[in-house]
Design a protein around this ligand. Sequence first.
Ligand SMILES: *Cc1c(COP(=O)(O)O)cnc(C)c1O
Length: 368
Amino acid sequence: MPNLPFLSLDFQHRLIERDLKSAFSQALKKGNFILGDQVNLFEREFANYHESKYCVGVGNGHDALLIALKTLGVGAGDEVIVPSHTCQATWLAVMNAGAKPVAAEVDPATYTIGVKQIEDQISKRTRAIIPVHLYGYPCEMDKIMAIAKKHHLLVVEDNAQAHGAIFKNRMTGRWGTINATSFYPTKNLGALGDGGAILTNDKKLGDLANTFRNYGSNKKGVHSTQGFNSRLDEIQAAVLRIKLKKLNEWNEMRTRNAELYFDELNNVGDLRLPPQATDIARPVFHLFVIQTAHREKLKKFLSKNGLGTSVHYPIPVHLQPAYSHLSYKKGSLPIAEGLAKTVLSLPIYPGLKKGQIETICEAIKSFF
Ligand SMILES: *Cc1c(COP(=O)(O)O)cnc(C)c1O
């Protein structure tokens, strides 16, 4: 029987082990662990990768979103439109900024925030929209930016799951006013611990984000604003520099894995497959998420056959106990609630072999 985990980073890390170890020993020798050369260099390289002007490395993806919102002046009394179906960090950052998340339902075919649904949620208090390129699939950024312009709203992309995705010849993470991402170890570009970054083309916003991450100070001893302590550290930055060089190659491996699934799982049972690339949208398959009414049984069946899967996410954000004060009732966001019951993530990581994907697909076919 196979023993195939849902996720493994072994392949990535074996390939770059020597470079990683050499980066660790250089960091030890240098002895400067916070806001040094490696962070500066990574910030420049990550900005260049996106053809963006400014990058600010921060402690994690949640803080990247939080600092992006604070930098824009979003806070108490403001509403921020967020997708109904996302990682809960998207909503939490809005609340930690003092603002109120307002959910717009996602399109169940692409898993991303619906454009019409955004417009329906705009009120006098709306200040910003956070589109999330969920599972690596880009949102319709042209239309979202047009709505934002029409209603004088700010846009913060949550690009945590879509490093390297492209929409209309422009990378995700460089469409919005200011954008946030995470380098949580399992992301397409992942650190060996926590990490995150903010991207923007606006120098003022870049400088302010820079100040916010470091106790509200960008001049030693002077604190111009009430900030946070959320800095990307030197060792993580060194790791990310090594991995950034591999990102496109690893994204291509994910895409080839996805193509195998699309071929094998076409017309199997009641499966609904994730959206494929189009002329304008090039996803990076952070996850490969199928939908089936038999999710629990299928998950159990695969597990019994030694095949790991996962669910992103089993409880919709609005029904989490922590967010009950937002007063969303069961049934209020039916698409998000439906997805929470039907989505199943299959292994997709770089290094997964063709034969392993075939084994997973055979098992799924035999289940149905
Ligand atoms: C991972 C993730 C985050 C949060 O990142 P952390 O680094 O864990 O704080 C935010 N949004 C989305 C969509 C994510 O997938």
